[in-house]
Design a protein around this ligand. Structure first.
Ligand SMILES: Nc1ncnc2c1ncn2[C@@H]1O[C@H](COP(=O)(O)OP(=O)(O)OP(=O)(O)O)[C@@H](O)[C@H]1O
Ligand SMILES: [Mg+2]
Length: 259
């Protein structure tokens, strides 16, 4: 199994949107995929299942690792895609993170997910590379970083690099898949300038070719609790996530070449 944390220094950059649609792309490609809401605010659950607050989820497991994985798994309409909600114990996060106990429990969770036969596990995290998020990244095989295509987003890159350096000390095996620009508006020169600025700050292998366009359909999709590919007119954007999936698969095949 490959576990991928979807994380960023900055909030509101499109992590949850990317996680949901990328998980859908992996599942549609036939891989047994688990999407875990590791954000205590429970955004994935909120988008995809109306009663997510009632579900036992990831933070309940961190509070009590005797909980069987079966109790946490929420099936979806796609046989290859399941979810784990954030859970009711998400307040538990307040005191947590950065401790050996939590790290061991996140790793224990991922072992159970692998043993259950999942091939891909995507973990949507809260913004910032600290607390439980740092335990998740320090336990995952890889990290994918969405970056909003706006000037303020670029300013967070040095802090992102600092955070990655710290996390790679905790997890030397961490495969930095790289930064994926989101909410890109190709019709604007500014969007291209931001992409160029990013290329000046990061090694080329850390920047995804695939960019997520800004599109109002994303709002409609999250209002209906659906991945974008199942909406009328969503097929074109779904193909962007297919391309992202293919790029990730190619990067995972050559980890030695990375950073
Ligand atoms: N490509 C896009 N085009 C248009 N709107 C988008 C796009 N991606 C995300 N959004 C919208 O931007 C908002 C923030 O996105 P999202 O919740 O995915 O970010 P996030 O990084 O998970 O935020 P947080 O840090 O709060 O968890 C949402 O309202 C979402 O619908
Ligand atoms: Mg989110």
């Amino acid at each position: 199994m490959t576990s991928i944390a979807v994380s960023s220094q900055k909030g509101g950059v499109g992590k949850t949107t990317l996680s949901i649609n990328l998980a859908h792309a992996f599942a549609r490609a036939g891989l047994r995929t688990l999407l875990v809401d590791a954000d205590p605010q429970g955004s994935v659950g909120h988008s995809l299942t109306r009663q997510s607050r009632l579900l036992t989820g990831f933070y309940d497991f961190l509070a009590d690792p005797r909980l069987p994985l079966e109790r946490l798994l929420v099936p979806t309409r796609l046989a290859t895609l399941a979810l784990v909600a954030s859970g009711q114990a998400s307040d538990y996060e307040a005191g947590g993170g950065g401790t050996g106990t939590h790290l061991a429990r996140v790793r224990g969770f991922l072992r159970l997910v692998a043993d259950r036969g999942f091939e891909v596990c995507l973990l949507d995290t809260a913004a910032g590379l600290f607390g439980i998020t740092s335990d998740v990244v320090a336990s995952a095989d890889a990290i994918l970083i969405p970056q909003q295509a706006e000037p303020l987003g670029i300013r967070s890159v040095p802090k992102l690099l600092e955070g990655l350096t710290r996390l790679r000390i905790m997890n030397p095996r961490l495969n930095v898949l790289g930064v994926c620009l989101s909410m890109v508006q190709p019709e604007l020169a500014e969007s291209h300038q931001i992409a160029a600025a990013l290329r000046g700050l990061l090694p080329p292998e850390w920047i995804f070719q695939t960019q997520i366009p800004r599109d109002p359909l994303f709002l409609r999709a999250s209002a209906r609790g659906l991945p974008i590919g199942v909406l009328d007119g969503g097929a074109a954007i779904q193909s962007v996530f297919e391309a992202l999936r293919a790029e990730i698969v190619a990067k995972l095949a050559q980890p030695a070449a990375l950073g």
